[in-house]
Design a protein around this ligand. Structure first.
Ligand SMILES: Nc1ncnc2c1ncn2[C@@H]1O[C@H](COP(=O)(O)OP(=O)(O)OP(=O)(O)O)[C@@H](O)[C@H]1O
Ligand SMILES: [Mg+2]
Length: 372
C-alpha cells in the first residue's frame, strides 16, 4: 500500500489550518541568526529566521543546496558546533502544562541536557555517523533510555527498544546486531527508532532518506508517519525535495540564501505557491502523484552567502524581477495563507506601485528585445 493510499486524500487548506490552530505552539524561532566564523569573515547561513511550530505538526523545510537548511535544523536543536554560532535571536521551547517558555539559546550544555532526547531529538542524514558501529544496537537503545530515566530497568529498556524497532519494521532479533551488520536502509530506520527512545515532543530530521533508494525511502516515510500519528511528536523535516514535503508535511518553509522566503500549508504550496523561487522549486520537483512531465531545473545557481546581492537574493535568477527587487530586500510578511518575502505578493508595495514596477520591467524588456 502506498503512502498516499494510507493517509487518504490530502487535507484542504482549511482542514490543516483548523487542526493546527487547535493545537498549541511547541517551538518558536524569533529573529534567529547563525554565522559560520571563518578566516575570510563571517558567513550568515541563517538570517533573521522567524518560524512557529505547533505540537504534533510536521513542518517541512525545503531549498536548494547551501540555502541554510541543515544550519537551521542544528540551531533549532542547539547542536551546532564551531565554526557555527548562534549570533542572535531566540528559540523558545514551550513545555506545555502552563509552564513558561524557555529560550534554548540562553542555555548552556548543562541547561540543555534535560531537553536533549526527551524533548528534542535529531536524525542526521548519515546513520553510520550517528550510530556507534561497534556497540550492539540493543545497548545503544538501553544506554539512551536509562541515561534519561535511571528508574527503567535494563530488561524494560530492552523491551522498549524492541517495540521501537518493530515500529520501523526491524525484528527484535536485531537488538544483538552491530550497526555495521545492517543494511543502509535498516541503519537509517534504527536511527529513527532511536530518536524516539525517550518519547520526544519534537524530532528534527535532516534528509533522513536521501541516502537510501526510492523504495526504501517510501517505506521509511510510511513508518515515520505511522509512528508520528501514534506518538504525536512534531517533526521538522529538511530536504531539497519539495515534492516529498508536499506529501508528508502540514506546512512548509522555503529557504533561499539563508532566509525563509515563503511559508504556507502543503495544500497551498501544492497549487498556489506565491514566491517565484517556490514556483521554480515546484517545477523542478513535481509531486509523484502528478502525470510525468518534463522537469525544469532552476537556471543559475544559489547565491554566495559571503556576497549576497543587495535586494532579494533570488532576483538575479527570477523571471519576474522588477527594479526594486535588486534595490531593497523584501520583508517576509504575513499573507492570507502563510508568509511571503516577495514584492509581488507580500503587500509591501501598494497596488499602484507594484503595477508601475511591473510596467517599467516589461517596457525595459521590450526595448531590450526590440531595440529599434
Ligand atoms: N563548516 C562550515 N564552515 C563554513 N561555512 C559553512 C560550513 N557549513 C556550512 N557553511 C555555510 O553555510 C551555508 C549553508 O549550509 P547548510 O549546510 O546549512 O546548507 P543546506 O541547505 O543544508 O545544504 P545541503 O542541501 O547541501 O545540505 C553553506 O553554503 C556555507 O556557505
Ligand atoms: Mg544540509
Amino acid at each position: 500500500m502506498t503512502l498516499i493510499q494510507q493517509i487518504g486524500p490530502p487535507e484542504t487548506e482549511e482542514q490543516i489550518l483548523a487542526r493546527l490552530d487547535a493545537s498549541e505552539v511547541l517551538l518558536e524561532a524569533r529573529g534567529l541568526c547563525v554565522d559560520y566564523v571563518t578566516e575570510s569573515g563571517n558567513i550568515r547561513a541563517c538570517d533573521d529566521i522567524d518560524l512557529v511550530l505547533r505540537r504534533g505538526e510536521i513542518l517541512g523545510v525545503a531549498g536548494e543546496s547551501a540555502s541554510g537548511k541543515s544550519t537551521l535544523l542544528n540551531a533549532l536543536g542547539r547542536l551546532q558546533r564551531m565554526p557555527a554560532a548562534t549570533s542572535g535571536g531566540e528559540i523558545l521551547f514551550h513545555p506545555g502544562d502552563g509552564e513558561e517558555p524557555v529560550d534554548l539559546v540562553a542555555l548552556d550544555e548543562e541547561g540543555l541536557a534535560p531537553y536533549r532526547w526527551t524533548r528534542i531529538s535529531i536524525v542526521m542524514q548519515s546513520a553510520m555517523a550517528s550510530l556507534n558501529p561497534v556497540i550492539r544496537l540493543g545497548e545503544q537503545f538501553t544506554d539512551v533510555i536509562r541515561t534519561h530515566d535511571p528508574r527503567v530497568t535494563e530488561r524494560e529498556a530492552l523491551q522498549q527498544a524492541g517495540e521501537l524497532l518493530s515500529m520501523v519494521g526491524i525484528g527484535e532479533d536485531r537488538l544483538t546486531a552491530f550497526p555495521f551488520q545492517l543494511s543502509g536502509g535498516m541503519q537509517q530506520r534504527a536511527l529513527i527508532a532511536l530518536s524516539l527512545a525517550c518519547d520526544p515532543d519534537l524530532v528534527l530530521m535532516d534528509e533522513p532518506t536521501t541516502a537510501v533508494d526510492v523504495v526504501m525511502q517510501r517505506q521509511i516515510l510510511d513508518q515515520v508517519l505511522a509512528a508520528q500519528a501514534r506518538l504525536g511528536f512534531a517533526v521538522v523535516f529538511v530536504t531539497h525535495d519539495l515534492s516529498l514535503l508536499l506529501e508528508i508535511s502540514d506546512r512548509i518553509a522555503i529557504m533561499y540564501g539563508g532566509r525563509v522566503v515563503e511559508v504556507g500549508t502543503a495544500a497551498r504550496l501544492h497549487d498556489g505557491a506565491k514566491h517565484p523561487y517556490t514556483q521554480a522549486l515546484r517545477r523542478a520537483f513535481p509531486p509523484l502523484t502528478e502525470p510525468i512531465r518534463r522537469l525544469s531545473g532552476i537556471p543559475g545557481s544559489p547565491p554566495d552567502l559571503q556576497d549576497l546581492p543587495t535586494g532579494c537574493a533570488f532576483a538575479p535568477r527570477c523571471d519576474a524581477a522588477m527594479a526594486i527587487c535588486s534595490q531593497r530586500r523584501p520583508e517576509l510578511r504575513d499573507i492570507e495563507q502563510g508568509r511571503s518575502a516577495c514584492y509581488l505578493t507580500n503587500g509591501e508595495l501598494s497596488p499602484a506601485e507594484l503595477a508601475e514596477q511591473q510596467r517599467a520591467r516589461d517596457a525595459a524588456r521590450t526595448a531590450e528585445e526590440d531595440p529599434a
